[in-house]
Design a protein around this ligand. Structure first.
Ligand SMILES: *[C@@H]1O[C@H](CO)[C@@H](O)[C@H](O)[C@H]1NC(C)=O
Ligand SMILES: *[C@@H]1O[C@H](CO)[C@@H](O)[C@H](O)[C@H]1NC(C)=O
Ligand SMILES: *[C@@H]1O[C@H](CO)[C@@H](O)[C@H](O)[C@H]1NC(C)=O
Length: 226
């Protein structure tokens, strides 16, 4: 009896791994950060506010912003919520991205969420990033002209961070790369750079599916006020 159950479990596990592998192969060009931007723009246009320009320089900075948390989900939101100091944008984030510090523009809003379970971009948007009226105000704000999104798993796995930075700067003239081309930094995915965000050493949703399979749940996320 126990043997049968173990066998069943094994087979089930194997099929989950197989499904997960097949999934990543089929969706090899599906960058979750690009999809997050698409979800935001669809929702904005449905609400009759203009879609925003996806700025890869700003998106790369969103990825650095996530990295500043060093995988510490507990530092996101809550009473002990931390926020990287403003000075880090010019001192660390921009140079890491190859973005000219002189082209930095004001951040007009930000979303940050973290949880141990991987979810796809539309769910990350509606279930993690949009939490309350304050997040809706940020989402529909007419102050933004552009945005950049980043998604990352720490060390190729859980916890998963989602970050969206909005800016009121002129698209194409702010957060520009010194060399003119996006500098892809790994691990993690960011929007707007036609980054496929795939490959063996990349971050992969596989461990997220495992976590899902074993129902390890812990969730938190929020929209940070400015
Ligand atoms: C936009 O997002 C909000 C928050 O998740 C949701 O309540 C609303 O239904 C969405 N609108 C559309 C058209 O998807
Ligand atoms: C838009 O910008 C104005 C002026 O800086 C500010 O007062 C307002 O709170 C901003 N709106 C949102 C939704 O952030
Ligand atoms: C800004 O960039 C977008 C997308 O690359 C392009 O379609 C648009 O023409 C550019 N605008 C200007 C003023 O260069």
């Amino acid at each position: 009896m126990t043997k049968t159950i173990t066998m069943c479990y094994l087979l089930l596990s194997l099929s989950i791994v197989y499904a997960a592998t097949a999934n990543t192969q089929f969706k090899i060009t599906n960058n979750p950060a690009d999809k997050l931007v698409a979800a935001i723009n669809e929702n904005r246009t449905a609400h009759k506010v203009p879609a925003l320009t996806d700025n890869p320089g700003l998106a790369c900075i969103a990825l650095q912003y996530i990295k500043a948390y060093q995988g510490d989900c507990n530092a996101v939101g809550g009473p002990d919520g931390k926020k990287p100091p403003e000075s880090q944008f010019a001192e660390d984030f921009a140079p890491n991205c190859g973005v000219a510090a002189s082209t930095l523009a004001p951040i007009s809003g930000r979303f940050l969420g973290c949880q141990s379970k991987y979810v796809h971009a539309p769910e990350a948007f509606s279930e993690i990033l949009i939490r309350n009226q304050k997040s809706l105000d940020i989402l529909y704000s007419k102050n933004h002209t552009q945005l950049g999104a980043a998604v990352t798993g720490t060390d190729g796995g859980s916890p998963y961070f989602w970050c969206v930075l909005f800016s009121s700067g002129k698209p194409n003239k702010t957060f520009t790369f010194e060399t003119g081309v996006a500098k892809i930094t790994k691990p993690g995915c960011f929007s707007g750079a036609n980054d496929e965000c795939s490959g063996a050493s990349d971050w992969s949703p596989l461990s997220g599916i495992w976590l899902f399979a074993t129902s390890v749940l812990m969730a938190m996320g929020l929209a940070l006020p400015l």
